[in-house]
Design a protein around this ligand. Structure first.
Ligand SMILES: Nc1ncnc2c1ncn2[C@@H]1O[C@H](COP(=O)(O)OP(=O)(O)OP(=O)(O)O)[C@@H](O)[C@H]1O
Ligand SMILES: Nc1ncnc2c1ncn2[C@@H]1O[C@H](COP(=O)(O)OP(=O)(O)OP(=O)(O)O)[C@@H](O)[C@H]1O
Ligand SMILES: [Mg+2]
Ligand SMILES: [Mg+2]
Lengths: 248, 248
């Protein structure tokens, strides 16, 4: 049974795409047959790996998913690219209940043969993210160590509990990941301890430091793992991959 | 005629809320009767000023807007709080064309008596942001000096051009604002010059530096202007206010 990770948080700019891309890459390095699904109309995960967005969203056309899946430079890692055209996204957003079933059917059918799937979500709790949550087995929530990030988390948890209630036994909390951590700042340490007090052991031990190499890597169409293999960002994502692999 | 600024960018975490809150505050300090409208279901602008979200979105109930508007600690500045409950937002999201007119009617009726209005938008190009653009006279686009931020800008410009086409003579480009600028990084200088080459003089001269005081201020329910009056972040937002006031 594939592990399907939904990387989600409605707060913007917290490191969802960076985490989805780098975790998918390290899972593939560890020998897991991995699929990265870009569900964000911004298509950052797609361009972060050096690909162009699809003309029509693969999840909306009736062809089997297999035909839209691309091979990447990393063996064991394949990509389902995102799509910018709005009517596709709007189509996904409105009347999603039929779409949600289609998305789920497509995802379920397309994910056979993979050990792990990572779904990068847009910064919202709208229909796209809810459809992804409904198809996933674990939800990963990156958060920054800042005030606004804490606020949004409780709202997110409500939506997740809702989905767990409607489909018992499928979705679980994969974990909360602290990103862009800069130990020089008092606020960071404050939020770190508040989150661990409040959420306990669903917070990953691994934290991702703020590292300029991470910012630079997407402009080279690569994850930080291959762009700057000896950077602190790379070490942290490899450590996170080990922690998530052992979490099973 | 009030200047109605829509602060928008579908890329998340670029400083939309920080800019809307601090510009609204400095406009009020400069003697402009100012309204800050929180249109983001995350309600960050509302909590950033120390208020709690409304139970039902003021723009969805039929009472006149006046009754939901709150006074803030800053004379001349009032706040229309945001709302977290999803069915309100979903209501706003679906079938918005009747909503859009309602939103526009409400906004137009409620904005009488103000010199300036700032609308904080969620990180998406969905119906809420499009409704806000349709009610505005100027659009302000904060962007970070990072690769993904550049990518989303062209998509944003398409949507804005679309709105300008449907309602000629109302919405103009207010400007592109570079935020979280850290001159130590090469990437920052690269993106800065690329944006200025590409977009010319719609890019503000003022840039906002990365400043920890800005991160800390929302947890005190205040904008950085009043939380840390001598900080670099404060100086930059005051400078930006002067530039926008003279831009008229
Ligand atoms: N640990 C880090 N150190 C430094 N920069 C980072 C780090 N993680 C992410 N970034 C940068 O911060 C920005 C936001 O990250 P990213 O795009 O992954 O967030 P996101 O949550 O996917 O955003 P959105 O909400 O728009 O989808 C990007 O430009 C990215 O390169
Ligand atoms: N110049 C700055 N220096 C340091 N931190 C900043 C700066 N501007 C904003 N921040 C911090 O970065 C985070 C993102 O900013 P903000 O919430 O204003 O962005 P946003 O575009 O409104 O996000 P969203 O897309 O979720 O609405 C916040 O925690 C904020 O405190
Ligand atoms: Mg993203
Ligand atoms: Mg915001």
């Amino acid at each position: 049974m594939a592990r399907i990770f939904c990387v989600a948080n409605q707060k913007g700019g917290v490191g969802k795409t960076t985490t989805a891309v780098n975790l998918a890459w390290t899972f593939a390095m560890a020998g897991q047959r991995t699929l990265l699904v870009d569900l964000d109309p911004q298509c950052n995960a797609t361009s972060g790996l050096g690909f162009s967005p699809a003309a029509r969203h693969p999840l909306l056309i009736d062809d089997p998913l297999r035909e839209s899946i691309q091979n990447t430079q990393q063996p064991n890692l394949q990509l389902l690219p995102g799509c910018r055209t709005f009517q596709d996204v709007d189509q996904l957003e409105k009347g999603i209940s039929t779409r949600r079933t289609l998305l789920k059917q497509h995802l379920d059918a397309g994910m056979g043969g993979f050990d792990a799937v990572f779904i990068d979500c847009p910064p919202s709790l709208g229909e796209l993210t809810q459809a992804a949550l409904a198809s996933s087995t674990e939800v990963l929530m990156p958060i920054q160590c800042e005030y606004y990030a804490m606020e949004g988390l409780t709202q997110m948890i409500h939506v997740i509990r809702d989905i767990m209630h409607h489909q018992p036994g499928k979705l679980t909390f994969g974990g909360i990941l602290l990103t862009m951590v800069d130990p020089r700042f008092e606020l960071t340490a404050e939020v770190d301890s508040e989150v661990r007090d409040f959420f306990g052991d669903i917070v990953f031990d691994t934290v991702i430091p703020r590292d300029i190499a991470i910012c630079e890597s997407p402009s080279h169409g690569q994850p930080v793992i291959s762009y700057a293999p000896r950077s602190r960002g790379t070490r942290a994502y490899i450590e996170l991959c080990m922690e998530v692999l052992n979490h099973d």
